[in-house]
Write a protein that binds this ligand. Structure first.
Ligand SMILES: C[S@@+](CC[C@H](N)C(=O)[O-])C[C@H]1O[C@@H](n2cnc3c(N)ncnc32)[C@H](O)[C@@H]1O
Length: 414
């Protein structure tokens, strides 16, 4: 063993991606995955300054045995070696720190962590091999695919279908190409959207259809060509939505319910709501029992699905839709004046342009859902600077064991 390999490092804290930030001898610093604050480790940093296989000398009291056999290789989870309590506290701390960097003191009202085996939507990678195919998530800091036999995160119906999905990759991937498979569990079975497949000829189509039968898939979409055995259906409030292939969906049903419950409370009594970045209607359709809603979103396909579902539902108030790029053309204060409240649920980059217009509007309330604490804190600062008060922030952990952090809160005028 070399001296370098026995060098002791102390884990000071975890950074945004869940990596340990280490301090070592002579003031040197390095990174290591799969460690916890306060631990003493040994190992040698590679050229990028990362200790790839740290040996734990003094473990944290929060360290546990990871429950998944793929954890050492798989890049999908990175906090499975920590207790749920530690992860919840760390995620709440990330949100607090991001807001505090903008001078906002946040009250974190709670952390709702989705249970194991609850992820109903995942993007898997697949590649043909000499013997068949590999299917799973990418490895840690690697473009190699970890071939999943099991998974503690995904819904059991998805895990049970991995062998058929692997066969689909073996049949439909060109040599050397990597397929992206967006797999969603819907009320009528799995909805699988494949991107990057080889062109369909009659023989490949026939074999794929047979595999769709064998896996009892609701729908298999092949780069835009759909084989529909049953129409995929997602329940949103009183409505049944058939999403476009590969559509965005909140990752777990539990996470969606937690977000919706805070949004509902933040907007209770509102009669005219604008839903910004509305997707297929996760918030629009349930809230349409109480309010008229205008749903705005950049893609037309999810809005068409939302509109069709609304038209087929009974007992809902009026829902209108608008396809619009909210980064280039945010709704302006005179347009927002038609509503008394807004929901906003932007992508990870946040909504800086729309935040400025919301801040300057005469709306009374805004429910804000976010999947990135840093962009959220920037946008929250825009709201705070215009006199809006942020309510308690709820952390919703739909991506358990990953460093991903989601939040939901309400803003009111001071
Ligand atoms: C986090 S998802 C939320 C969707 C929906 N609220 C839900 O809960 O299912 C963000 C949505 O923003 C849409 N989006 C991304 N960039 C956009 C833009 N520049 N303008 C409008 N919509 C955009 C995406 O298509 C996606 O539907």
């Amino acid at each position: 063993m070399t001296d370098a390999a026995t060098t002791e490092w102390r884990v000071d804290r975890l950074g945004r991606r869940g990596d340990g930030i280490l301090s070592g001898p002579d003031g040197r610093s390095a990174l290591a995955g799969r460690v916890l604050p306060g631990e003493i480790i040994t190992g040698t940093p590679d050229d990028t300054g990362r200790v790839m296989d740290p040996r734990i000398v003094t473990p944290s009291a929060h360290r546990i045995t990871p429950p998944c056999p793929h954890y050492a290789q798989c890049g999908s989870c990175s906090l499975m070696h920590a207790t749920d309590g530690f992860v919840a506290g760390w995620k709440a701390g990330m949100v607090r720190a991001a807001l505090s960097a903008h001078g906002i003191e946040a009250e974190i009202a709670g952390v709702a962590t989705s249970p194991p085996a609850s992820r109903r939507r995942a993007v898997l990678s697949g590649r043909r091999t000499k013997k068949g195919a590999r299917l799973g998530f990418h490895g840690r800091a690697s473009d190699q695919i970890v071939d999943l036999g099991e998974c503690r995160v995904l819904r059991p119906a998805i895990v049970a279908t991995l062998p058929v999905l692997r066969d689909i990759v073996a049949v439909g991937a060109s040599r050397g190409a990597e397929l992206a498979l967006t797999v969603t569990e819907t009320g009528s079975g799995l909805d699988v959207a494949v991107q990057g497949g080889k062109p369909l000829d009659p023989s490949t189509s026939d074999r794929l259809l047979r595999l769709a039968d064998e896996g009892d898939l609701a729908r298999l979409d092949w780069d835009g060509t759909a084989f529909t055995r049953r129409v995929p259906v997602l329940r949103m409030g009183r409505s049944a939505v058939t999403p476009p292939p590969g559509a965005f969906l909140q990752a777990t049903a539990e996470g969606e319910a937690a977000l919706l419950s805070v949004v509902r409370k933040a907007l209770s009594g509102a009669r005219r709501i604008v839903d910004l970045f509305a997707g297929c209607g996760t918030f629009t359709l349930p809230l349409a029992t109480q309010a008229e809603i205008h749903a705005v979103e950049g893609l037309s396909a999810p809005l068409d699905a939302l509109d069709t579902a609304w038209r087929a539902s009974t007992g809902l108030r009026r829902v209108t839709t608008e396809t619009r790029d909210l980064a280039a053309r945010p709704l302006l204060p005179d347009e927002l004046a038609e509503y008394d409240a807004a929901i906003i649920d932007p992508p990870r980059s946040g909504a800086s342009a729309q935040a400025e217009q919301l801040a300057a509007s005469t709306l009374e309330r805004v429910a804000w859902v976010s999947c990135d604490p840093v962009s959220f804190a920037r946008d929250a600062a825009t709201m705070a600077g215009a006199g809006w008060r942020m309510g308690p922030v709820y952390v919703v952990d739909q991506f358990r064991w990953s460093p991903h952090v989601e939040t939901v809160t309400g803003f009111t005028r001071d």
